[in-house]
Design a protein around this ligand. Structure first.
Ligand SMILES: NC(=O)c1ccc[n+]([C@@H]2O[C@H](COP(=O)([O-])OP(=O)(O)OC[C@H]3O[C@@H](n4cnc5c(N)ncnc54)[C@H](O)[C@@H]3O)[C@@H](O)[C@H]2O)c1
Length: 464
């Protein structure tokens, strides 16, 4: 049964990267068998759900690909050891969050999931295996993985079977919300390695659907570092434009006019200049903090301080928006009800990790507010988890109907740029809110003149 495939890939980690990435590989390479494995049973069950709307990751286009490939050449399971032992190529796509305690806490990446994956590979892999770092990792992590893999050769020196390993770094540049398009049509694929055989093996997979000119090959360390630097540059653009949004509010300049004016300079470019409540997602903050940690480790303190400021501005923007809401609602939120539209960290994803909505909601709750939430893709359980509240708490309610969520509210905060918000019946919303009724649009996504005509008081980010 297994032999009908030319090669077998095992991906450890069925998350936001492993799931979509492997689905796209399976879809473009029917000659490969792709097994995505995870220790999280609930997640694997969701990937295998008959109801495709229950896949654990929401991404436009993903459902169709999983429908096409699942149980044909794409398999999701908890059989980590078995799939490792049968694989020619193993992608490690496990989580690498910031360490919460011990050495480097708050900055360095916690590599315990990488280490345990490497130990599993060391134990169960057979013959020659190419191990691909798909997770985002500090520079020189390949060295650690290599040490663990090679130690397996010492554990069982008498074994007749000779295991060998090569390591390749192939960081993922997809953005959540557009993951499938990014994987189908990437700006580039980066492959760092030490031997031509492994680099070519991984390049050949991508060449099935990607122009070879877009495949960049480097040494291992450049590849690992490029991913961190890429995220640092992207996040820096967000913090830069967000810092200017505050200056616009103070001076009467309009942030969108400034964006239009500077973005036409081809050296600056139009993309990734959208002001908002700050970047979120699992990556930007942790990757910059990791970069900061690396710089400090190598004694480059000025460089570390420079990049750390990008994260500090991000917190500041969230705090600033919360303070503005409080100030405009007469300086107090006690006995006030606020409605938050949008909890995902960006539109078109159900991912809430590091979402700006979390910090802003926490600040507002601390001020005594009651919060009603509506997000088209995020459910009550996820919002309760992120805010660390439960049903008994009573100050946080989550609605499936956006119109019910605003009844009696003093203000609506737009915190995610879901397109559907633009098409809400804002007249109907105004009618059921307490007066004066405020809209705080941190995503600059609504027509403030229209809202003002209805009777709303409106605050829009980056405008006076
Ligand atoms: N999310 C993004 O947009 C994105 C983009 C590019 C790169 N990355 C990087 O990709 C990596 C994965 O990110 P993610 O968002 O997919 O994380 P995730 O938390 O969604 O998924 C990781 C999965 O790995 C599983 N896992 C951990 N240890 C395991 C083990 N030993 N065996 C089997 N399964 C194991 C976890 O159960 C989890 O389901 C991270 O390093 C991240 O920085 C993420």
């Amino acid at each position: 049964m297994l032999n009908k495939f030319e090669k077998k890939i095992c991906c450890i980690g069925a998350g936001y990267v492993g799931g979509p990435t492997m689905s796209v590989i399976a879809s473009n390479c029917p000659e490969l068998r792709v097994d995505v494995v995870d220790i999280n049973k609930e997640r694997i069950d969701a990937w295998n759900s008959d109801d495709y709307s229950k896949l654990p990751v929401f991404e436009p286009g993903l459902e169709n690909i999983v429908k096409k490939c699942r149980d044909i050449n794409l398999f999701f399971s908890n059989k980590v050891e078995e799939c490792i032992s049968q694989a020619d190529i193993i992608f490690i796509s496990v989580n690498t969050p910031t360490k919460t305690n011990g050495l480097g806490a708050g900055f360095a990446s916690d590599l315990k999931w990488i280490e345990s994956s490497a130990r599993q590979i060391a134990k169960y892999a057979r013959n020659h295996t190419v191990v691909v770092e798909k997770s985002t990792l500090p520079v020189k992590t390949a060295e650690t993985i290599k040490t663990i893999l090679n130690s397996s050769l010492d554990i069982n020196p008498s074994s007749e079977e000779k295991k060998t390993f090569s390591i390749v770094s192939n960081p993922e540049f997809l953005a959540e919300g557009t993951a499938i398009n990014d994987l189908q049509n990437p700006d580039r694929v980066l492959i760092g390695g030490e031997d031509d055989y492994s680099i070519n093996l991984i390049s050949d997979i991508y060449k099935k659907w990607i122009d070879p000119e877009k495949i960049i090959t480097t040494n291992l360390w450049s590849s690992e570092l490029s991913k961190l630097v890429s995220n640092a540059f992207l996040a820096q653009r967000i913090s830069s434009i967000n810092s200017i949004s505050a200056l616009c509010e103070a001076t009467g300049a309009n942030i969108m006019e400034v964006v239009g004016a500077i973005g036409t300079d081809t050296r600056i470019g139009k993309k990734f200049l959208m002001p908002g409540p700050g970047f979120g997602g699992s990556c930007f903050k942790k990757d910059i903090l990791n970069l900061v940690y690396l710089c400090r480790y190598y004694g480059l303190n000025e460089v570390a301080d420079y990049w750390e400021q990008v994260v500090k501005i991000n917190y500041w923007q969230q705090k600033r928006i919360s303070a503005l809401v409080i100030k405009n609602l007469f300086g107090t939120l006690s006995n006030k009800k606020l409605t938050i539209y949008g909890f995902a960290f960006k539109a078109n994803t159900n991912d809430t990790r590091e979402s700006p909505s979390i910090n802003i909601s926490k600040y507002l709750l601390q001020e005594g507010s009651k919060l009603n939430f509506y997000d088209p893709k995020v459910n009550q359980k996820q919002i309760f988890n992120e805010l660390d509240v439960n049903e008994e708490d009573g100050n946080v309610l989550v609605y499936e109907d956006p119109y019910k969520a605003v009844e009696g509210a003093d203000a609506v905060l737009i915190l995610t740029e879901w397109n559907e918000f633009k098409f809400f019946n804002w007249e109907a919303i105004y009618k059921v809110m307490r007066k004066p009724s405020w809209i705080f649009d941190s995503r600059i996504s609504l027509d403030q003149n229209h809202l003002k005509k209805i009777g709303f008081k409106v605050w829009t980010l980056g405008a006076k």
